[in-house]
Design a protein around this ligand. Structure first.
Ligand SMILES: C[S@@+](CC[C@H](N)C(=O)[O-])C[C@H]1O[C@@H](n2cnc3c(N)ncnc32)[C@H](O)[C@@H]1O
Length: 225
């Protein structure tokens, strides 16, 4: 009887931890699967049209790399950065060795200074739906690194989440950053804003979940050091 009880306790603990591990592992997997067949986002198509020539770019939170490959195919050298090894693995499997540009894919956290020590100063930093997944305490530092790693006349393109975004649990939201319109505009001091769109709508997330999204989409050119 005692042994049976012990067995049940061990089983419950085992199921709890494997369940937790699976949940954690699956955090982006469905999203990545859905993204694989999709074309590059319009914002990167628009941003590239603002450049006269190709150069060096960083794609922060690159996911499966659709946009990193778009840059690559336009002759850019891209540092594709994601904290999920699964994402970087997928990119490495998709590499086309005949491409004119180059992709350097790295597993790294953009909220850590040590990551930025390994990244060059570039002409373009792209961060699509990635920066909001950074804790509020780390966000300011990450943004300062983005600014520092852009050459003068270099561009940032990407997304910030607004305060009305709904679709994440309160636990998830603790690990994220949501901003007011004024906060976003303040971040863009020292930039010329070339495109700014605030969008709020009901819809589906990248994993098919019902959400109310509130997003600021931005393209901006750095004016000064
Ligand atoms: C919503 S997905 C967006 C992926 C891609 N940019 C796109 O547009 O589909 C967010 C991505 O950011 C990555 N990410 C979140 N926080 C990160 C961090 N601190 N450092 C690096 N990558 C991060 C996640 O692993 C995930 O791949």
């Amino acid at each position: 009887m005692k042994i049976n009880k012990l067995f049940v306790v061990i089983l419950v603990i085992f199921l709890f931890f494997t369940g937790f591990a699976l949940l954690k592992r699956g955090k982006w997997e469905k999203y990545y699967k859905n993204k694989l067949d999709q074309p590059p986002r319009q914002i990167i198509v628009d941003a590239l049209q603002l450049f006269q020539t190709s150069g060096q770019a960083i794609d922060l939170g690159c996911g499966v790399g659709n946009e990193a490959f778009f840059l690559l195919n336009h002759g850019w050298h891209v540092w594709a950065v994601d904290s999920e090894s699964k994402a970087i693995q997928l990119i490495q499997n998709r590499m086309d060795t005949n491409a004119i540009g180059k992709v350097t894919a790295v597993v790294a956290n953009f909220a850590e200074d040590s990551t930025w020590e390994t990244l060059p100063t570039v002409d373009f930093i792209y961060a699509a739906y990635a920066l909001p997944f950074c804790k509020k305490e780390q966000f300011g530092k990450a943004w300062a690194q983005i600014k520092n790693h852009l050459v003068v006349n270099g561009r940032f393109a990407g997304h910030f989440f607004g305060l009305n975004y709904r679709g994440f649990s309160s636990k998830e939201m603790e690990e994220m950053t949501f901003l007011k319109r004024e906060d976003v505009l303040e971040l863009l001091q020292g930039f010329e804003i070339e495109y700014f769109q605030e969008r709020e709508e009901d819809g589906l997330s990248g994993t098919g979940k019902s959400i109310h999204s509130h997003v600021f989409e931005v393209i901006a050119r750095k004016k000064e050091r």
